[in-house]
Design a binder for this molecule. Sequence first.
Ligand code: C2E
Ligand code: MG
Ligand code: MG
Ligand code: MG
Length: 285
Amino acid sequence: RAKHAGKNSAQLFDRDMHAAVLKRLNTERELREAIGRGELVLHYQPVVCLTDGSCCGFEALVRWQHPVRGLLAPSEFIGLAEETGLIAPLGMWVLREGARQLRAWHQHGQLAHLSLAVNISGQQLRETARTDQRLIDFDFPPGLELEVTESTLIDAPEAVENLHALSRLGVPLSLDDFGTGFASLAAVQRHPISTLKLDRSFIAPLPSGTRQRAIVASVLTLALHLNLRVIAEGLETPEQVQAVTEMGCRYGQGFLFSRPVTADEAAKYALTHPPVTPRTIPLAL
Ligand code: C2E
Ligand code: MG
Ligand code: MG
Ligand code: MG
């Protein structure tokens, strides 16, 4: 009897596996086509100067407007894109679209100060180098920046020289999700980082959370001594803003200010949150 049940569950398992594999193949094919069909979109989340509430730039966050499943978050397709090599064309699309949008904003007199940060994953960096879609040949407009995580720097050692070369050309690098990896300080020491993005997990427990408070204060002190900028990620309450501001943090991002929004809404946000002293060039973050 047990043998019988075992056989049935094995068949079920096979059937489920089969369905999962088919679904994956289908999604892979759809994603491949999505890039050419214009189904990818960028949303933009404001980076806010905490001392005056002005908008100094945005982070570009990719979404997939799927014809049936609706607007999909990166967590639903970036992993698949990385496993299938599609991350190289997807990433180049993000870079091109981000650069195009930033140039368009810069044409508008009152938006000439904006910067734009684009995320680059380790797999993407490696795949991009392998397929010769060389980042170094990309025409970065002033104000365009790249965000990498510690794992990007660790996972793609053979491709990291590309980032160093870009940095020498003046493209600023931010270290995303700072503090969540195992090599945060080593990364700061070895790579030309200009901005630390303090991970949301340190911000969420504030204003209480004495340990997190100590960590945030230490990172801000470190950054001050190394001449790095710090952006607090995931600010959701005025109390969190007050806490990080008191500790000397000058930049932040989070739902309190704005969720990631369309390009049009982003431009409106920037126009209604202008710099106090007019600026005509992007402030390097
Ligand atoms: P990330 O670069 O750390 O981006 C921040 C994520 O936190 C975004 O999620 C954003 O919507 C979310 N977030 C911002 N403020 C708040 C807040 O106050 N509270 C909470 N709970 N969340 C907040 P999203 O857009 O789903 O992106 C997730 C991740 O996907 C990104 O994390 C980034 O690692 C990756 N990603 C997004 N776009 C791209 C891309 O174009 N290329 C690559 N390689 N990765 C991307
Ligand atoms: Mg990011
Ligand atoms: Mg982040
Ligand atoms: Mg994060």
